[in-house]
Design a protein around this ligand. Structure first.
Ligand code: SF4
Length: 324
């Protein structure tokens, strides 16, 4: 039988081959975790939201009622912890609803499972959502529940969406125009194009994992996620040098933390806006006194535009060098 490889199996192997062996070969079950239950419940609520019996979306109260219905209580250490996650899931769905209800349309596919024969192995997975635009272009969407946005570079070198791109080509016989990570907690989407080079790179990466597994290379690779590893008590890399206890898992976002950041950011923006007004007055009076229409600094130029208003632009690198 051919080896089945999913994005999560490949990424587990790349992080630590021994962890892959425990999870995918020895099949030692992992403990349920709050973050996994939280993600599972949100994914299910969004699947339901995008698959109504009619082409019209449900109401927000109906969506929140469904969240209660599909909520998974697995893995939470206390009722208080679960309540925090539930509150976060509710506010995430409210945000999602407000941003998506206007443009609501039925997707081409939801929770699409795939198993593709790649010759030496099979590629498997589940695509969260596939949309088709008015010109017939496909877009593959994957929901994420990260608290912080990963750097753009790491998103484009991530293997997950190139794998879904390959799956889309096989399942629907079409190349998606773009692939998108939808960061639900941050209400942020990141889209990019899977070029033939990215696809080729992804296939080489998968083959490297395949070779490692075939050659039974399962050495432990200590990494900064070891404290959360389900197999830490079994791991020879830590015997004699044990990690005493796992750090508690962070909830997706503390509501108090979100409020504090909101208040602080608002204050910062307000201060900056009043500073801009002050600077505008200074520059406008200077231009008036000098009877000039423009003045430059080392980084930008301020000028009176055709409507008689003060405007400004950044200088390009070449312009700022020439202005020195
Ligand atoms: S504890 Fe770290 S090194 Fe050991 S199996 Fe888990 S991830 Fe690998």
């Amino acid at each position: 039988m051919k080896l089945k490889l999913s994005y999560s199996a490949i990424s587990t192997y790349e992080t630590c081959p021994l962890q892959y062996r425990y999870r995918y070969i020895e099949r030692i079950p992992a403990k349920p975790k709050p973050a996994l239950s939280f993600g599972k419940s949100l994914h299910e609520a969004l699947r339901w939201f995008h698959s109504p019996p009619t082409p019209h979306p449900c109401s927000l109260p109906e969506l929140l009622e469904y969240l209660e219905h599909c909520w998974s209580s697995e893995g939470y250490s206390s009722a208080e912890e679960e309540a925090k996650y539930f509150y976060q899931a509710k506010s995430t769905l409210e945000l999602y609803y407000r941003n998506n209800v206007e443009s609501f349309k039925l997707p081409a596919a939801l929770e699409q499972k795939f198993t593709i024969d790649m010759g030496e192995y099979q590629l498997t997975g589940v695509i969260d959502r596939v949309d088709i635009d008015e010109d017939g272009n496909f877009e593959v969407i994957d929901y994420k529940t990260n608290r912080r946005l990963p750097p753009a570079k790491s998103l484009e070198t991530n293997l997950q969406l190139p794998i879904y791109h390959i799956a889309c080509e096989q399942v629907w016989n079409t190349s998606p125009k773009k692939v998108t990570f939808y960061f639900l907690l941050l209400n942020h989407t990141y889209s990019y194009i899977v070029t033939p080079e990215l696809k080729e790179k992804a296939l080489l990466q998968i083959e490297a994992t395949l070779r490692g597994i075939e050659n039974e290379e399962f050495s432990a690779r200590r990494n900064n996620l070891c404290p959360w590893c389900d197999y830490l008590p079994l791991c020879p890399a830590w015997s004699g040098n044990p990690i005493s206890s796992r750090s508690p898992e962070a909830p997706p976002i503390e509501i108090g933390e979100a409020v504090d950041e909101l208040v602080a950011t608002h204050r910062e923006v307000k201060n900056k806006l009043s500073r801009i007004e002050g600077l505008k007055k200074i520059v406008a009076s200077y231009l008036q006194e000098q009877k000039a229409s423009k003045v430059s600094g080392s980084k930008g130029i301020a000028y009176i535009d055709e409507d008689g208003c003060l405007n400004w632009d950044l200088l390009t690198e070449a312009e700022s060098v020439n202005s020195d």
